[in-house]
Design a binder for this molecule. Structure first.
Ligand SMILES: [Zn+2]
Length: 73
């Protein structure tokens, strides 16, 4: 498993915009084909979060433009 264990703490990871099309599981950076991890980045006090996809293989982050509603009322 060629997984890098060195995390870049506090560094500005490169975030690419991604356009989901068709069956959507392939990383555009490295070609990994088993799908993505999902990460949420809360937006101020709006109760919303931007949704990011993270490649489990090369750890590229992709901005989707999707938003999640974090309120569970
Ligand atoms: Zn990748």
């Amino acid at each position: 498993m060629g997984v890098k264990t060195v995390m870049e703490m506090g560094s500005k990871a490169k975030v690419e915009k991604i356009r989901p099309e068709g069956e959507f599981y392939t990383c555009p950076s490295c070609g990994y084909t088993d799908g993505f991890h999902v990460s949420f980045n809360s937006v101020g006090n709006t109760g919303k979060a931007d949704i990011y996809l993270i490649c489990p293989n090369c750890h590229s982050r992709f901005r989707t433009g999707w938003q999640a509603d974090l309120t569970n009322s």
